[in-house]
Design a protein around this ligand. Structure first.
Ligand SMILES: [Zn+2]
Length: 405
């Protein structure tokens, strides 16, 4: 039951019901492809004629296409329908404190090209470099299809309507607009989003994973730690776009100082930096803080490799991160009761080493048996979840339910 906001609503028009049915058809094709018109009519419990005319519109606007014919028990073999993704392109950008990644992919998130460069922290310089690289990428791979937009994920809070980055502590940004400048220079619509929120969107919308449940939390573990929350099929943004900052919930108010300035945040125990600091026996904050960016002495991937090669200290540093991850996830599970928790980030490369510790941490905190048994699903390694999130920013709105009332 959703309350109608009398200050911000969309009234229904004569075409509203058709608009809704079109999106239902598009989503049914996406979930069940290849699928026939007869099958769609059955699933929607409406006449073949209505389905056929909606399909005609969707083919006309290029969102679905007719493929091979399928099998039929008797009579004419039906023409099967598919969502069109291959020749619709997206430029996905992941701006991180350490490096910025650019991927050209299709609407399904399939990678066509990938490159990265060291992040320039001055916004104007980053805009220049990004725009030049995006233009070059499109010039050399444009033959793959038509690019429909640029999606950018950042480690910070983003104002939804304007795309302004309200605050990105790791980058040292406060109230920064890079969207309009990049849009001008590449001539494409640009969407910007907080990285964990975008990862949750990708989980909801892209590929096979699009079938995951309507209630889940996506935890990203990288330079920072954050969460994208989806409840009732909707990404939760909060009143001023900052929902999901579980990374800065205190695990221990007397704990190590976090990059946000406070002490003992969940992030200060579980981020890649936190894991490396634990191993190196150094304090977390000034090792490679934003003002003193130094060469990172060791990467999380190298640490995992050391643990696999028998380095006991490396293994215990990683396992401790697993335990703290579990403690925090236990809190999230208690608070939101998701059906699943996804974890993305390099640490998933060590999942076999930390899974038991993660589950133990959850068990310590979970209030109910159901909460304690909530599945925690690691992202596949090398899957670039943040870039998939950036892709979803452009692709997902085409599938979303139209907003009414
Ligand atoms: Zn913090």
């Amino acid at each position: 039951m959703r309350k109608i906001d009398t200050r911000d609503f969309r009234r229904a028009t004569r075409t509203t019901s058709r608009e809704i049915n079109r999106r239902i058809v598009l989503n049914l094709v996406r979930d069940h492809q290849p699928v026939s018109r007869a099958d769609l009519a059955r699933r929607m419990n409406i006449g073949r004629g209505v389905v056929t005319s909606i399909i005609q519109e969707l083919i006309g606007e290029g969102t679905i296409y007719e493929g091979a014919t399928g099998h039929a028990a008797r009579g004419r073999r039906p023409t099967m329908l598919y969502v069109r993704t291959q020749d619709r392109l997206v430029v996905a950008v992941d701006v991180r404190f350490s490096r910025t990644f650019i991927m050209l992919s299709d609407f399904a998130g399939t990678q066509i090209a990938l490159e990265s460069f060291e992040t320039t922290l001055a916004p104007e310089l980053l805009v220049n470099e990004l725009s030049d690289r995006i233009n070059l990428l499109l010039a050399s791979h444009g033959a793959h299809g038509r690019c429909e937009g640029v999606g950018i994920v950042v480690p910070g809070m983003v104002e939804r309507m304007t795309g302004r980055i309200l605050v990105a502590p790791q980058l040292g940004w406060r109230d920064v607009d890079i969207r309009s400048a990049i849009a001008d220079r590449v001539g494409l619509p640009v969407s910007i989003e907080n990285a964990p929120m975008a990862c949750a969107l990708a989980q909801m919308w892209l590929g096979q994973r699009g079938n995951s449940s309507d209630n889940f939390v996506y935890v990203t573990v990288s330079d920072g730690v954050g969460a994208g929350i989806v409840l009732n099929g909707q990404l939760i943004r909060g009143d001023s776009n900052s929902a999901g900052e579980f990374g800065h919930v205190a695990v221990n108010p007397d704990g190590p100082q976090c990059l946000c300035g406070a002490h003992g945040c969940w992030e200060a125990y579980t981020s890649n930096q936190a894991t490396l600091s634990r191993y190196l026996g150094k304090e977390l904050s000034p090792i490679w803080g934003q003002s003193t960016r130094q060469a990172v002495p060791l990467t999380i991937e190298e640490l995992i490799a050391r643990a696999r090669a028998g380095d006991k200290q490396a293994a215990s540093a990683i396992e401790a991160t697993g335990h703290y991850l579990g403690v925090g996830i236990g809190g999230i599970v208690n608070a939101l009761n998701p059906s699943q928790v996804f974890v993305g980030g390099e640490i998933t490369g060590a999942w076999d080493m930390i899974e038991a510790a993660v589950r133990e941490g959850i068990l310590e905190r979970a209030l109910t048996r159901a909460a304690a048994s909530t599945p925690v699903v690691p992202e596949q390694v090398g899957g670039y979840p943040r870039l998939r999130g950036a892709t979803a920013l452009v692709a997902a709105p085409h599938f979303a339910a139209p907003r009414v009332a």
